[in-house]
Design a protein around this ligand. Structure first.
Ligand SMILES: C[S@@+](CC[C@H](N)C(=O)[O-])C[C@H]1O[C@@H](n2cnc3c(N)ncnc32)[C@H](O)[C@@H]1O
Length: 376
């Protein structure tokens, strides 16, 4: 029996809450909650129909969910050995890969576990297995939860978890502009011209170029021209800030050896380089500082996604009206965030108790959809 078939159970066990999955896929309903074993429900979905999967499966030996008796043998996370857990997770993501569009993304949050004092490295065991199955890993995001409940005596507190961003093919949907962090300060006009967001006007650079003993006359002329072009972009709103490095005028931290970096090479060849901050903002980093969610958590077992965590994955990797899937949906955080952001969503869970919370939460979102936008 393969890992895929091992998890099969009767299709009759799947229960629809809100719309059906096919109504969501056809655009007739906004959300569907399906009660059943993730792998079984996934097998009922057509291939290449989902834009983005965001999920947090049960962690290995971390929690005991209140699982309905029909599914007590299907719960993931209670396996004796890490390798068995990895195989179960792998089987679910085999189906996920099938239902995901070629342009789709998978965001996988997974926690670690100490076993006999030994940190098991569960997130990476899973990530490497998924890579072996053909998934392409684009980012390992460190979710800094900023607070930890434990105070161990012989090691440090754990405050982060991993979120892996996987894709199915090299070319995938990614709207990086939608998640850029916009500058808080903008350039301002002064009596003498324009000043960047951090007060750079270019006057000092003009003087440094003019008095430089290390630039040739041609390099000075090129540097002045590049500086004026940059200031022009500041004036017309394309840039919010810039810094200029001129050969011999500023300390450089990367050395002036062309082998070290592109900037060092530019400095050597042209005599200057300009670092520009675009008004479009900058791309977020792979460390996210977000405090975990408590509002929808009715017991200590289910690690609930904060909605803030879901905003960038949804915006960057699914189009407006795209379809989000969470095969371990719990209290419905990913569905709520998807609806808030104008997407449709399908959630699966083995526990009716969690699905009841998810249903209540999603009905609230649907009822207030036009009056309660998600804002961070
Ligand atoms: C970490 S929780 C997910 C919490 C969710 N991200 C939220 O924001 O509420 C994992 C969920 O997986 C569900 N689960 C466990 N085994 C499952 C299986 N075989 N199929 C579907 N769901 C399962 C549990 O009932 C639990 O709700």
């Amino acid at each position: 029996m393969t890992a895929q078939t091992e998890h099969k159970n009767s299709l009759a066990e799947i229960v629809n809450i809100l719309g059906t999955a096919s109504e969501v896929l056809k655009g007739e309903e906004q959300a569907s909650l399906l009660h059943g074993n993730a792998i079984t429900v996934l097998q009922t979905l057509p291939e290449n129909c989902i834009d983005c999967v965001i999920t947090s499966p049960p962690y290995w030996k971390q929690r005991e969910y209140e699982v309905d008796s029909t599914f007590s043998d299907k719960e993931i996370g209670n396996e004796d050995r890490p390798s068995e857990y990895v195989e179960h997770i792998r089987a679910v993501f085999y189906e996920i890969k099938r239902v995901l569009k070629p342009s789709g993304s998978l965001w996988l949050n997974i926690g670690d576990k100490y076993h006999n004092k030994n940190l098991m490295g569960m997130p990476w065991r899973v990530a490497l297995a998924l890579q072996d199955d053909g998934w392409i890993l684009r980012n390992d995001i460190i979710w800094d939860q900023m607070k930890g409940t434990q105070s161990p005596k012989d090691r440090l507190r754990d405050v982060y978890e991993h979120i892996f961003h996987f894709v199915k093919s090299q070319k995938y949907y990614y709207d990086s502009d939608s998640i850029r962090i916009k500058p808080t300060k903008v350039p301002s006009l002064t009596g003498n011209g324009i000043m960047s967001a951090t007060g750079v006007s270019g006057v000092k650079y003009r003087q440094q170029i003019a008095s430089s003993t290390t630039l040739s006359e041609q390099e000075k002329s090129n540097a002045l021209q590049a500086l004026e072009e940059t200031i022009g972009k500041l004036r017309n709103g394309e840039l919010v800030d810039f810094r200029m490095t001129i050969r011999g005028a500023q300390r450089t931290y990367h050395g002036e050896n062309g082998n070290i970096s592109g900037r060092a090479k530019e400095l050597e060849e042209r005599g200057f380089f300009i670092m520009k901050s675009s008004a479009k903002g900058y791309i977020p980093s792979d460390i996210w500082r977000i405090v975990p969610e408590d509002k929808w958590r009715k017991d200590t077992h289910c690690a609930v996604f904060p909605e803030e965590l879901l905003v960038n994955p949804i915006k960057a990797t699914s189009p407006e009206n795209g379809i989000i899937l969470d095969p371990f949906v719990g209290t419905g955080s990913s569905i709520a965030a998807a609806l808030h952001l104008g997407r449709k969503a399908i959630g699966i869970d083995i526990s009716l108790k969690y699905l009841a919370t998810a249903q209540q939460r999603i009905e609230e979102v649907l009822a207030h959809q036009n009056t309660l936008p998600l804002q961070f």
